[in-house]
Design a protein around this ligand. Structure first.
Ligand SMILES: [Zn+2]
Length: 405
């Protein structure tokens, strides 16, 4: 009797739960849109379709270790929906914290890039919404639409370039260490080690800033072309490049920090911790070796993306008049031979701890951070795509030729 009563109660409860479930299921309109983030360099994000059928994408912040700083600039995902579908996307969580202040790069100049074949990309504007969110709409021209903050340059793109370099007699590749997650860190050498001058370039210390990688790709292509110009350049200087410092961040589609939440363009005033920042530690060891072998680089540039596009001149304490004269020369040559018009940072600007400042002070290498505006190229009056950064990279060897004159 008791058992029968219990069974009846259990089935009543089960029936009620099942009714509730179907009510919930009925209230959800089955969407035609899927957001895929399961591929190389895709960014972590939560997403849902709201009652108006829009995609609401919540980006996942990239956090700095032992700091309030957090960053989201990068987004990279694939919309999957039938051809002809109108898709509206709202992305949120661009409420970055920068030097303990709330900040965001979102503005009316903000853009995104889209590709329907993952090869040819187009830049389009977005609408900045209150609450540091952005909105854009598109019509599906294919079943897949790749969406990103800047035209992606992935580890697989780097591997293709490294394979090409590996076949060249003019170049060499050395592994100088590993990232926090164990990915190899390569330094590319192009040219003769005994050339009169040496140049060092680093790209992609910050994971979203693909512009530096495209620029390096353009520069490498020119230097390996073996034409009359490239022979003239390599007679004067040898180039060393750390092409992708923050490989772990790139692999995971993150914005800024390494896998341990370390900013690879900070704290260059002190030796790096080999466990927390192995990417910087490996580079420091390499620089020490170069200095010891009397092969100290004569110039170092750390290539980044931001919403300004300036050459960030370093201003460490002490007499830097000779360095400043060299940076003035570099600024002038960039304007003369490339589309660069953004100019250098003002004397009041200082950013201690960047690679630009740190390696002047610690290694005696003249260095600067070169930012590429990822929203707009003033000199070309257009939003940048990879081809613009490739063309910049193609022209840079001429700039360095005259810089080392
Ligand atoms: Zn950066």
């Amino acid at each position: 009797m008791l058992a029968g009563c219990l069974t009846a109660t259990v089935s009543a409860v089960a029936a009620e739960a099942s009714d509730k479930r179907s009510a919930v299921a009925d209230s959800i309109v089955q969407p035609k849109i899927f957001i895929n983030t399961g591929f190389e360099n895709a960014s972590p994000m939560n997403w849902e379709i709201d009652s108006a059928g829009r995609v609401i994408g919540s980006m996942v912040y990239d956090h700095e270790r032992f700091s309030k700083n957090r960053a989201v600039n990068h987004f990279h995902f694939r919309i999957e929906a039938p051809v002809g579908t109108d898709v509206t996307v709202i992305l949120e969580n661009f409420d970055n914290i920068w030097n303990n202040r709330h900040a965001s790069d979102l503005s009316d100049r903000s853009r995104y890039v889209v590709s329907f074949d993952n090869k040819k990309w187009e830049s389009r504007s977005v609408k900045a919404l209150p609450g540091r969110r952005m909105q854009f709409s598109l019509k599906m021209e294919a079943p897949h639409a790749y969406i990103a903050s800047v035209e992606p340059y992935r580890i697989s793109d780097l591997d293709k370039m490294l394979a090409k370099i590996g076949r060249s007699k003019l170049a060499g590749i050395t592994t100088i260490g590993k990232t926090a997650e164990g990915r190899p860190l390569e330094i590319i050498r192009i040219g003769n080690e005994n050339a009169p001058k040496r140049l060092f370039l680093r790209a992609r210390a910050h994971a979203f800033e693909a512009g530096g990688n495209w620029t390096v790709e353009g520069l490498v292509e020119k230097l390996l072309s073996n034409d009359e110009d490239s022979k003239r350049y390599l007679k004067r200087y040898c180039v060393y490049i750390l092409p992708m410092a923050n490989k772990d961040g790139v692999a995971r589609g993150k914005t800024r920090f390494n896998a341990n939440g370390y900013d690879l363009n900070r704290k260059w005033d002190k030796p790096a911790d080999s466990l927390v920042a192995p990417e910087n530690y490996a580079l420091e060891q390499w620089l020490h070796k170069m200095v010891k072998a009397k092969k100290r680089p004569d110039l170092a540039l750390d290539i980044h993306n931001d919403a300004g596009g300036n050459l960030h001149v370093s201003r460490p304490d002490g007499d830097i008049s000779d360095y400043l004269a060299h940076m003035e020369k570099l600024d002038k040559l960039l304007r003369q031979y490339t589309w660069f018009t953004e100019g250098s940072t003002k004397p009041s600007f200082r950013n201690p701890g960047t690679l630009g400042e740190g390696i002047i002070e610690r290694f005696g290498v003249y260095a600067a951070v070169y930012e590429l505006n990822y929203e707009w190229i003033a000199g070309l009056k257009k939003a940048p795509l990879a081809s613009d950064w490739l063309s910049l990279g193609n022209k840079l060897p001429e700039v360095f030729y005259h810089y080392f004159e």
